[in-house]
Design a protein around this ligand. Structure first.
Ligand code: TYM
Length: 420
């Protein structure tokens, strides 16, 4: 905040859209022109270095959590204020986790598993409450309609929300520590007041820069970022935090969602709230277009949590890696592993340390594409199979419990009896 009391925003060139000659990353589009995919070193906010990684792992170990390969392998590669979260946690002060899903389709895909699985690990490692936003309103606003075109109905999106909530519950979150809410259904006075406070502080000109909005978008779309941002202020959840404004919030998400919260960090002081902290992941790529594109529910090229074993097998077997461009010096030339989506999927989903030798073996032709495919099919059948089994046990009653506003099992100061 400036001396005159006004919020000073960052200069234009620091907007959300990270666009150099190769990459464009916003919440609506994530695309790299390079055959080798996203240049994460350019998207990074603050590096998760060895020191920070060991601190997180150490806390996990104390709570009986084995090392997480998402962290160890650098899949979560970037953060904002993670040290502050850890420092206050070590002094006995808790925080809460906030993440979300925009239910654009009936089933989530394997890319969505990254932030959600890691969020579960964090919840168990730190023993903290979690709020999950289903931004169904976002999906209602998101499509820019051509003349005469009808938007997807609110009822259809609500149905998608229900199905996605079941997917999320099937990932194993603790109902006593987790509140899942749909924006169409949860709008309490305190949350709405926070949304208004955020809207009051941000100019349209700023939104156009950060989110690439143009004048043809509907006004719901322009209004939406405040709705995604306000849950990072604890007073939006009076049933959990009893009016306390300063419970720190940590948001795990892929890097495309950063800009919503970066905006909030700029205005948090004005709102007498803590700046949200973030921990960012890379993108699981799409089967169509290769490592240049993130897997996206609204586009072809996804492996879905509802896919049968046969569908998983067919999708993977039918994938053909793009040919490698023969440009650059020998050292600079792309390797097979750089451009092969199957190898990249193993990077995200093969937990075992055997992964560490895979790159060399594959690039030296000691193993072939079919070997990677059969390993991946085995792994995905197991992961998706387990989710499928747990999902069968998710009843309407369980959905209702997760989505009912209620106190969560949560102590603000751990080790003491101070319950909010
Ligand atoms: P959505 O539904 O597009 O994605 C949900 C979460 O998954 C991440 N994600 C991916 N991660 C890795 N690889 C991919 N291919 C991939 N595609 C998506 C997203 O970054 C996100 O973390 N507006 C949000 C929903 C939302 C939200 C939030 C997200 C509402 N509140 C708070 C994070 C935090 C959206 O449409 O996400």
């Amino acid at each position: 905040m400036a001396a005159d009391g006004n919020v000073r925003f960052k200069p234009v060139e620091e907007s959300c859209s990270s666009e150099d000659e190769t990459d464009k990353v916003t919440p609506f589009i994530a695309k790299s022109k390079s055959k080798r995919g996203f240049k994460y070193e350019k998207l990074i906010k603050n590096e998760i270095d060895d020191n920070l990684r060991s601190k997180i792992e150490e806390i996990g170990r104390k709570n009986g959590k084995p090392v997480n390969h998402f962290l160890k392998r650098g899949i979560f590669f970037s953060h904002r204020d993670m040290e502050k979260i850890l420092d206050s946690y070590e002094k006995g002060e808790s925080f809460y986790l906030y993440t979300g899903r925009g239910p654009s389709t009936k089933s989530m895909h394997i890319g969505h598993l990254i932030p959600f699985m890691f969020t579960r690990w964090l919840q168990e490692a730190f023993d903290v409450p979690l709020v999950i936003q289903m931004s169904d309103d976002e999906k209602y606003f998101s499509e820019d309609l051509q003349n005469g075109e009808e938007p997807v109905s609110i009822e259809t999106i609500r149905e998608q929300t229900r199905e996605n909530v079941k997917d999320i519950i099937a990932l194993g979150f603790d109902v006593n520590k987790t509140f899942i809410f749909s924006n169409f259904e949860y709008m309490c006075p305190e949350y709405y007041k926070n949304i208004c406070r955020v809207q009051r502080l941000i100019k349209l000109s700023r939104m156009k820069i950060v989110f690439d909005f143009d004048d043809n978008g509907n006004i719901g779309k322009i209004n939406f970022p405040a709705i995604q941002a306000a849950p990072c202020f604890s007073s939006s959840f009076p049933h959990i935090f009893h009016g306390k404004r300063d419970v720190p919030c940590l948001v795990p998400c892929a890097i495309d969602q950063d800009c919503y919260f970066d905006l909030m960090r700029e205005i948090a002081i004005k709102l007498d709230c803590k700046k949200p902290a973030l921990i960012h992941s890379k993108f699981v790529p799409s089967l169509v277009g290769g490592v240049r594109y993130k897997m996206s529910a609204s586009k072809p090229g996804s492996i879905l949590l509802t896919d049968t074993n046969e569908e998983i097998e067919t999708k993977i077997n039918e994938y053909n890696a793009d040919p490698i461009p023969e440009r650059g010096s020998r050292d600079n030339r792309s390797k097979k592993s750089d451009v092969d989506v199957i190898y990249h999927y193993l990077y995200y989903f093969m937990k075992s340390d055997e992964f560490d030798t895979l790159k060399t073996k594959y690039d030296n032709d000691e193993i072939q594409s079919d070997d990677l495919k059969s390993e991946l099919i085995k792994i995905l059948k197991t992961i998706i199979g387990e989710i499928r089994q747990r999902r069968k046990q998710v009843t309407d009653e369980m959905v209702k419990r997760f989505m009912t506003p209620r106190p969560l099992n949560y102590k603000y100061k751990h080790g003491s009896n101070e319950i909010l």
